[in-house]
Every structure is written in structure tokens, then in C-alpha cells.
Design a protein around this ligand. Structure first.
Ligand code: NAP
Length: 289
């Protein structure tokens, strides 16, 4: 059993923290807004008043928050940030989907303070987080990767060490870009088929059997046609990932015209008021006037 602090109890973080408790770890939790804290305390967690307080005495500190801005606040805030509470020898693990540039800043800040750092972005959504079957793309040195195993194992069906810090962020952003590009294309084509007179579900029954349909895209296309926009992964978070992916690509002079265009589609959806809806709501760009 280890002492673990978990920062950020959103859709993903609350489920991940619950799995650490179930695995027998002593878990202290913190969230910016108080709403989700009581549910974790009822499962056996201890509540902390700040990331810093949560980190004090912990062997592992994990964060699962929205973006770079949230991650910076949670780790580096001068008064309340977790970095100020990290014990020497503790391991900071950032699970949020962040930019490679911010991952680079974080490892410098954490190691400069005498602790160790691993980035551990996750592939999978709410059901996989719930079942402890995420796929983790870890970036960091071999010592930090080995040290992290007791804290990561209860969360994941697979843990890959993909290279130094920054590589995990890049690979995670590539995964989400591959998904988002497909979803933008499927929304567009389902809109086209509808306007051309097809019955969407009947057309999808055929399309889903073809090699061009990935299981993930076909699943999202079903949600699109069913009007199922209940949040699992919202448009706004996908747009954030495309911003980080395209900036990351620019930084290494990689050309990403399709990702650039997909970011434009996601931004149109946000401007149309669908940003907080599940990414399946991209279909509304083509069916709602
Ligand atoms: P979420 O449900 O929207 O939760 C976001 C969390 O970030 C909440 O705990 C929120 O606190 C916190 N937060 C936001 N801004 C903050 C700030 N400025 N300071 C401190 N905390 C802040 O999002 P999620 O779905 O759990 O996603 C979390 C991360 O996992 C994101 O990086 C996302 O891209 C990534 N991810 C998501 C999925 C998915 O399917 N949903 C899958 C893989 C990876 P409040 O409760 O106070 O708002």
C-alpha cells in the first residue's frame, strides 16, 4: 500500500482515484470545486484543502485535470501548488492530456525541486477509466517509469514506456488527432448521405461492415445518428488536443493540414454552442440549421 495524492476529480479523475482506493492505496484527493470530493471520501479517500496539502507526505502525486492551464495551477501555484508539498523522492505523475512544451517545463520544475516526474497520458474514455483498463503512454526516465508501477497498475490494462518526457504527450495527441480527424469526416459524410436521401442508420449498417470503418468511428457514428451527445469526451477538450497537436507539430516543422482543418471544424462546433457536448455533436454542424 502506498500513500497517493490524486488531484482533479472530473469524469476521468474520479474514476481513476476510485480504482486506486479499491487497490488498497491510502488516497488523498483534491478538486478545484468541492462537488466530486464527497463521493470519493465515501469510498475511503481523505479530502485535502489544496494540492499542496494533498501532496505532503505522499509517495505518488497524480493529476488528471483539463489542460496546461489547469495543470500549471495545480502543480506550480506558489501558495497552493503540489510542487511545494512534494517530499524529496516522491514521484509526480501528470496524467492529463497536456502539450509537449508544458510537459518539458514540468519535468524541469519538478526535478529542480528534488522530486521525480513521469508523464502518463491515457488512452480510453470513461468506461475504461471506470474499469481500470486505460492504456497509458508514459514518458520519462526508466527509474521514474519503474517507480510509478504501483500507482499506475490499478488504472490500466497496458502501460507503455514511449520515451523521455514529451513523447507521451506527442503520442497521446497523435492518437486523439487520428480519432478526431475520423469523427469530423464521419459527421460530414453522414450529413452528406442524409441530404442525398439516405436513411442514416441503414447506410451506417452497411458502412460499419466495411474496412474503411474503424470500430471507434463506427461507434461514434451510431451516437451521432442516435442524437446521443451525453458527455464522455466533449468537443472543447478535443479542440484543446488539436491545438496542442498542431502547435506541437509546428514546433518540429511537421506539416498537418488535415489536423489544422479538423481544428477548424471543432472550433466551428464550439462557436455554434456545442463545445460542452460530447464530440459526437459534430453531426449537429450538418443537420441543425
Ligand atoms: P472533466 O470531467 O472536464 O474534468 C476536468 C477536471 O479539471 C476537473 O477536475 C476540473 O475541476 C479540473 N480543472 C479544470 N480547470 C482547472 C483549473 N484551472 N484549476 C484546477 N483544476 C481545473 O475532464 P475529464 O474528461 O476528466 O478529462 C481530464 C483530462 O483527461 C483532460 O486533459 C482530457 O483531455 C483527458 N482525457 C479525457 C478523456 C475522456 O474521454 N473524457 C480520455 C482521455 C484523456 P472542476 O471540477 O472544479 O471543474
Amino acid at each position: 500500500m502506498s500513500k497517493i495524492a490524486f488531484l482533479g476529480l472530473g469524469g476521468m479523475g474520479a474514476r481513476m482515484a476510485a480504482n486506486l482506493i479499491k487497490a488498497g492505496h491510502a488516497v488523498t484527493v483534491w478538486n478545484r470545486s468541492p462537488g466530486p470530493v464527497a463521493g470519493l471520501v465515501a469510498q475511503g479517500a481523505t479530502a485535502a484543502p489544496s494540492p499542496r496539502a494533498a501532496a505532503e507526505g505522499a509517495e505518488f502525486v497524480l493529476a488528471m485535470v483539463a489542460d496546461d492551464i489547469a495543470s500549471r495551477a495545480v502543480w506550480l501555484d506558489g501558495e497552493t501548488g503540489a510542487l511545494a508539498g512534494l517530499a524529496p523522492g516522491a514521484l509526480a505523475i501528470e496524467c492529463s492530456t497536456i502539450s509537449p512544451a508544458w510537459a518539458g517545463e514540468m519535468v524541469a520544475a519538478v526535478t529542480g525541486a528534488g522530486a521525480a516526474f513521469l508523464e502518463a497520458p491515457v488512452v480510453g474514455s470513461l468506461p475504461q477509466a471506470q474499469e481500470g483498463k486505460l492504456i497509458i503512454l508514459a514518458g520519462g526516465d526508466a527509474v521514474a517509469y519503474a517507480q510509478a508501477q504501483p500507482a499506475l497498475a490499478p488504472l490500466a490494462s497496458a502501460i507503455h514506456h514511449v520515451g523521455p518526457v514529451g513523447r507521451g504527450a506527442v503520442l497521446k495527441l497523435a492518437v486523439n488527432s487520428l480519432l478526431g480527424i475520423q469523427l469530423a469526416a464521419w459527421a460530414e459524410m453522414m450529413g452528406f448521405l442524409g441530404k442525398a436521401g439516405f436513411d442514416g442508420p441503414a447506410a451506417l449498417d452497411i458502412l460499419a461492415t466495411l474496412p474503411v470503418a474503424s470500430p471507434a468511428a463506427a461507434n461514434y457514428a451510431r451516437m451521432m445518428l442516435a442524437g446521443d451527445f451525453a458527455v464522455r469526451f466533449p468537443v472543447d477538450l478535443m479542440a484543446k488536443d488539436f491545438r496542442y497537436a498542431t502547435h506541437g507539430a509546428d514546433a518540429v516543422k511537421a506539416d498537418t493540414p488535415v489536423a489544422d482543418a479538423t481544428l477548424g471544424v471543432l472550433e466551428r462546433a464550439a462557436e455554434a454552442g456545442f463545445g460542452a457536448d460530447n464530440v459526437s455533436a459534430l453531426i449537429r454542424l450538418y443537420t441543425v440549421q
